[in-house]
Design a protein around this ligand. Structure first.
Ligand code: THG
Length: 618
């Protein structure tokens, strides 16, 4: 484990206060100090290293255990707004060196201190279409390389307003680490506005679902509001988030005083709030954002020392241990807006089937006419009917699947609250969709039909973009029909995805395949029953994974009313055996008590292949 993660595991870590407050309070000249670019404070790393180093030293003197590098706007894209893109590496490297130089000035006391490589969001929101994922990832990668060269101890992706931007920043940092053959802890701090969501509308649970799927070591909140407005969100994280927690509020909600922004919270008030978060929510890292200065940090430092020495009068300690907390991480996927649990209480996860070029004539025609509004309306209708997530498939002979999928995802991401299930056999379609999607999607699907290579490629996507995965029981011998093969491929998929890629078992959704049992062919009569038996075994042998089916396949060949009955009855039986989700047309599903008993019985006879003696003779 890194020294930083060891530290925050055993003691609360104090970060610094704002850089901006310090810069505003200083007498800096636009031409001389900013090289004519007044809004680019990253220039100061090169033009006024003495000033930046002094700010860091002020915070260390006030008690900080770590300072953030002056690189908030240091991604290539943000620097390009000032014509400084070519200086990305130099600026980020130099900023880290300045923080290290400040630490060196305090070497005499032997304390452990850290350099936190700050990565701000930039000015463009990918979920709103301001910038494409690829450009963002490349820009963050270059910034991260500079931070690594300057020996930052940690990456801090902060003031995040868009989960898709978080993905680009995390992946940029990961690519840089791979390039430089190094691993560093990753912190992600989101900014929850007074509206209660991130700027693009994500609530804290949606944001946490995405951040968790990317493997960040610490999640926290910073900016936008003071501690008071953060309290509910911090409390949610405390109860749910499985790893380290950080809180860096502004010095209260900004107020306008005679045309100037004023942050009202005093150092004492700030410390009281943070003391409460320490005790009630078990956070690991505290510090300040806009409006906080060295007085706030000194006050937080004094509070920490007081807490550390409450029960220990003999040896003087600097930091208390983080308060114990119990959290429960619920496996989930997410749209840009909200989290949806993969295991529903007393119900299956309903995946709407109708936004599928192969599964709905209406959708296919709307897609072919490029009537995207009609396509989006079908998505919304399915949510109104009760679908928790939506399967999206745009595979249509003669059309460009990447383009159509991109059209769909870039519309749906901002207009529907349900997470998306990206249904395509084409790798490029899956990746194009994932690059557009700020939520935590579900990839539909992987299998071993052509060996493991295609599955490897899809798992790499799932890990990179943070997605759950539907995995079909198909191998090199083809689709599994009998129980033994379904179960053994399920185990192979589990091993491949969970052991091979660290996919949480709860994010693996095994699909043991539904075939129609309505062909009249003798060979097909037992297919539904075998799938039910496979569900029962898989559920027993791999209890943590999800099990889903494309339900409507079971009844291909029957007339619509009969299909609705068979689908409903089969869903009921599959759920009782352990199925946790299904791709369905939910408004056509009826609870069994609403279906006439003789129809249920007929459907069950079909499913269990119970035939009257005459029928068997025939
Ligand atoms: N497993 C997984 N994904 C899947 C499937 C699966 N994706 C596609 C499919 N199978 C599930 N989706 C559907 C969607 C629609 C229908 C069946 C399965 C369907 N549609 C009617 C029809 O074709 O007759 C409605 C036609 C219409 O409205 O025009 O039956 O198994 N992982």
């Amino acid at each position: 484990m890194s020294k930083f993660l060891e530290f925050i595991d055993s003691q609360v870590l104090l970060m610094d206060g704002a850089m901006g407050t310090q810069i505003q309070g200083a007498d800096l000249q636009v031409e001389k100090d900013y090289w004519g670019q007044e809004n680019c404070s990253e220039i100061l790393n090169l033009s006024r290293p003495d000033f930046i180093r002094d700010v860091h030293m002020k915070y260390f003197a006030a008690g900080s255990d770590a300072v953030e590098t002056n690189t908030f706007g240091g991604s290539t894209l943000t620097l390009a707004e000032f014509g400084l893109e070519d200086k990305t590496l130099e600026i980020n490297r130099r900023a880290c060196e300045l923080a290290h130089e400040a630490i060196a000035e305090f070497a005499h006391d032997g304390r452990q201190r850290f350099v936190i490589g700050a990565i701000g969001p930039g000015t463009k929101l990918p979920s709103l279409g301001h910038i494409h994922y690829d450009a963002l990832e490349a820009a963050f990668m270059q910034q991260a390389e500079g931070l690594i060269e300057g020996r930052a101890d940690v990456f801090l992706i902060e003031t995040a307003q868009d989960p898709l931007q978080i993905k680009a920043a995390v992946n940029g940092a990961k690519l840089a680490m791979k390039q430089k053959n190094i691993t560093m802890p990753l912190m992600v701090q989101v900014t929850v506005e007074t509206t209660g969501t991130l700027l693009v509308g994500s609530d804290i649970a949606a944001a946490a679902t995405v951040v968790e799927s990317l493997g960040a070591d610490v999640m926290g909140l910073n900016c936008a509001t003071g501690p008071q407005e953060m309290a509910d969100h911090i409390h949610w994280l405390s109860k749910n988030w499985p790893r380290g927690l950080s809180v860096l509020p502004n010095a209260g909600l900004p107020e306008m005083h005679q045309g100037k922004v004023h942050f009202p919270l005093s150092p004492d008030e700030m410390a009281r709030w943070m003391e409460r978060f320490l005790k009630e929510d078990g956070i690991n890292i505290i510090g300040g954002c806009c409006g906080t200065n060295e007085n706030h940090i000194a006050s937080l430092n004094a509070m920490l020392e007081r807490q550390a020495n409450l029960n220990n009068k003999n040896v003087s300690k600097r930091r208390p241990a983080p308060a114990a907390r119990t959290h429960h991480w619920v496996p989930a996927v997410a749209s840009l807006f909200q989290q949806v649990e993969l295991r529903q209480d007393n119900a299956i996860l309903a995946i709407g089937e109708r936004c599928n070029a192969n599964g709905s004539k209406k959708f296919r025609e709307a897609q072919d006419n490029e009537d995207w509004d009609a396509c989006v309306d079908m998505a919304k209708e399915q949510i109104r009917e009760g679908s928790h997530t939506l399967d999206i498939c745009t595979a249509f002979v003669g059309r460009d699947e990447v383009r159509d999928m991109s059209e769909m995802v870039s519309r749906l991401r901002g207009s529907v609250t349900a997470p998306l299930v990206i249904d395509s056999t084409e790798l490029i379609v899956l990746e194009a969709a994932l690059k557009l999607y700020g939520g935590k999607a579900i990839i539909n699907s992987i299998n071993f039909e052509d060996g493991e290579e295609p599955a490897h490629k899809r798992m790499q996507l799932a890990k990179k973009y943070g997605a759950a995965v539907i995995a079909l029981t198909i191998d090199e011998q083809g689709m599994a029909k009998d129980v033994e093969r379904k179960v053994s491929i399920a185990h192979r998929l589990h091993k491949f995805c969970c052991e091979g890629y660290g996919l949480p078992p709860s994010d693996l959704m095994i699909d043991p395949l539904t075939f129609t049992i309505c062909t009249g062919n003798e060979d097909d009569r037992k297919l539904g029953l075998w799938t039910l038996e496979a569900i029962e075994r898989i559920h027993k042998e791999l209890p943590d994974i999800q099990i889903i089916l494309g339900l409507s396949n079971i009844s291909f060949g029957l007339n619509p009313p009969a299909r609705h009955v068979l689908n409903s009855v089969y869903l009921d039986h599959a759920s009782k055996r352990g199925m946790t989700g299904a791709i369905i047309h939910i408004s056509k599903i009826a609870p069994l008590h609403k279906i006439p008993a003789h129809e249920v019985a007929a459907a069950e006879d079909l499913i269990y292949d119970r035939r009257s003696p005459e029928a068997q003779v025939a």
